[in-house]
Design a protein around this ligand. Structure first.
Ligand code: DQA
Length: 149
């Protein structure tokens, strides 16, 4: 039997503060809660996940560069770097694997500076506004893309 595809799930700045950070916008679940649900969901889809968070832009860039040869897909909530980082766009552009962009909140219903994303041009799709379920929806989307080859 073929090995499960390995998916890198990346989380950007301040997402380590979920649970205490603006719960009216982001909900009361912690990032650890979301990670647990992703592991459970991924198992059912025969995916292996590698779930990470950093507040450092360069660390995200390095992880993206490294995953070229180790992972078959990327799910990314780049948080505030979504709206600012050409470096992230350049790193993601190196990948031949599918990329799904996720946001907990509906960024289009919020301030106008959140309406632009440097990630979207290289993403297969964007899921936003569904809270933590966006991550499990993204796992299903990436599984579907990988299965279709
Ligand atoms: C976010 C939306 C971003 O605008 C914000 O900077 C975040 C979280 C979300 O998941 O809704 O930190 O990516």
């Amino acid at each position: 039997m073929a090995d499960d595809a390995k998916i890198l799930i990346l989380n950007g700045p301040n997402l380590n503060m979920l649970g205490v950070r603006e719960p009216a916008i982001y909900g009361s679940d912690t990032l650890g809660d979301i990670e647990e649900r992703c592991h459970a969901h991924a198992k059912g889809l025969s995916l292996e996940i590698d779930f990470r968070q950093t507040n450092i832009e360069g660390e995200l860039v390095t992880w993206i560069q490294e995953c070229r040869t180790t992972h078959q897909g990327v799910i990314i909530n780049a948080a505030a770097f979504t709206h600012t980082s050409v470096a992230l766009l350049d790193a993601l552009s190196l990948l031949d694997t599918p990329i799904i962009e996720v946001h907990l909140s509906n960024i289009f219903a919020r301030e106008s500076f959140r309406h632009h994303s440097y990630v979207s041009p290289v993403a297969a799709g964007v899921i936003c506004g569904f809270g933590w379920r966006g991550y499990t929806l993204a796992l299903e989307a990436i599984k579907d893309i990988l299965d279709k080859g």
